[in-house]
Write a protein that binds this ligand. Structure first.
Ligand SMILES: Cc1ncc(COP(=O)(O)O)c(C=O)c1O
Length: 408
């Protein structure tokens, strides 16, 4: 890994002081800090090359189009997809909404078939399916993630010959549990070969190297801002054969082939799903973020996550005033949820910020069904990334002890 000083140069926010303390940023599952090089790439594009893409023939327009399309290629290479299988969206939420509507309006789910989701999903992989189910009279099955721990063996009992779509997160954004996607793909396809498998990769992609072809998933959604990229840009990957069958969900400029008073035909992939002027700035920033992740190395990121999480769990388990959720075994990723006995998570988060400069998340984490499974209204959540170090965890532990002394 790069030294901590090198990270400070790349991520200027690490030099921030919060109430006189060095910032300890442990809210990476919500969004990651911005690297200088990403913002410089966005700025260089915006100031010197910006024009609308795929339209005009002048030099700036050609440069902008070339930069947008080479960003798409970078993202395709990152997950081993074809370029036309990468659709730029605003983020995971838009990717899953696009998918849910498009599958429904394309009649790719027949009457009597079911969609399977779980109670651990982020609302953006829960509400779109629930609402599509109501609008199109499709049955949604909810696999209960009892006590917040996903049990694959129980899950497979919910996959039947009626299951047409499975949508599941790669990592729980609440407990940090890593879900064995390869096992799910293998078993699900044995039960129903043509089941459509969708992975919410919002938390997974920033931490693991993914090859969509060898994993054999059909769709993957992720967000730039959780992987060192800008906000407002994300990806929907889809297998070409499915994307070709699917009707577009947004209609307008740039996604058409021919328009007349009678009807409209649509253009080729991926543009058929990208109506209107896209977020070119965001795509350039995201491609730069991917370059940085590749330079650091996804395996190194993964090892670093493991080292920090092990260290944090060892220390946190010694604090008897904490209740820690999640697997706490080899399936634990670098997200850890906990509560301080009898104290509201918002109070813990506020005080950690004020007395130690530690930024954590508190709340329901956009996963209310998962809160019900855990039997709580909210939790505190810490989440680590490449620039975090062991001493960040030492400061967290110091802060937690102080908060407990004050509020117990
Ligand atoms: C697992 C998971 N899915 C989806 C999302 C939604 O991502 P976005 O808000 O970038 O669309 C999040 C965000 O926290 C998440 O953690």
């Amino acid at each position: 890994m790069l030294s901590s000083n090198k990270y400070e140069e790349e991520f200027p926010a690490l030099k921030r002081k919060i109430n006189g303390h060095r910032l300890v940023y442990l809210d990476n599952a919500a969004t990651t800090l911005r690297p200088k090089r990403v913002m410089e790439a966005v700025s260089e594009y915006s100031l010197n090359h910006h024009a609308n893409v795929h339209r005009s023939t002048h030099t700036l327009a050609s440069e902008a189009t070339q930069m947008y399309e080479s960003s798409r290629q970078k993202l395709a290479d990152f997950i081993n997809a074809k370029k036309e299988e990468i659709i730029f969206t605003k983020g995971t939420t838009e990717s899953i909404n696009l998918l849910a509507y498009s599958l429904a309006i394309s009649n790719m789910i027949q009457p009597g078939e079911e969609i399977l989701i779980t109670t651990m999903e982020h609302h953006s992989n829960f509400v779109p399916w629930q609402q599509i189910g109501k609008l199109f009279n499709i049955k949604i099955k909810y696999f209960p993630v009892k006590k917040g721990i996903f049990e694959p063996d129980d899950y497979f009992n919910y996959i039947t010959s009626k299951t047409k779509v499975i949508s599941i997160t790669g990592i729980s954004n609440v407990t940090g549990q890593v879900i064995p996607i390869n096992l799910i793909v293998e078993k699900a396809r044995k039960i129903r070969n043509n089941v459509i498998i969708i992975v919410d990769g919002a938390q997974y992609i920033p931490h693991f190297s993914v090859d969509v072809k060898s994993l054999d998933i059909d769709f993957l959604a992720f967000s730039g801002h959780k992987m060192l990229g800008p906000t407002g840009i994300g990806v929907l990957y889809g297998k070409k054969e499915y994307l070709e069958q699917m009707s577009p969900f947004l209609f307008g400029g740039e996604m058409i082939d021919k328009v007349s008073m009678e009807d409209t035909t649509f253009t080729i992939l991926p543009f058929k799903f990208e109506a209107g002027t896209p977020n070119v700035d965001g795509s350039v920033g995201l491609a730069k973020a991917v370059e940085l992740l590749q330079q650091i190395g996804m395996n190194n990121i993964n090892q670093h996550d493991k080292m920090l999480t092990k260290y944090a769990l060892e220390k946190m388990k010694n604090l008897d005033f904490l209740e820690i959720y999640g697997p706490q075994d080899e399936f634990q990723s670098s997200i850890v949820s906990f509560n301080m006995k009898g104290i509201h998570p918002h109070d813990v988060a506020h005080l950690l910020n004020d007395i130690a400069g530690v930024a954590i998340r508190s709340g329901h984490h956009c996963a209310q069904p998962m809160m019900n499974e855990l039997g709580v209204k909210a939790t505190c959540r810490v989440s680590f990334y490449v620039y975090n170090q062991k001493d960040d965890i030492d400061i967290l532990i110091y802060g937690l002890k102080k908060v407990w002394e004050w509020l117990k």
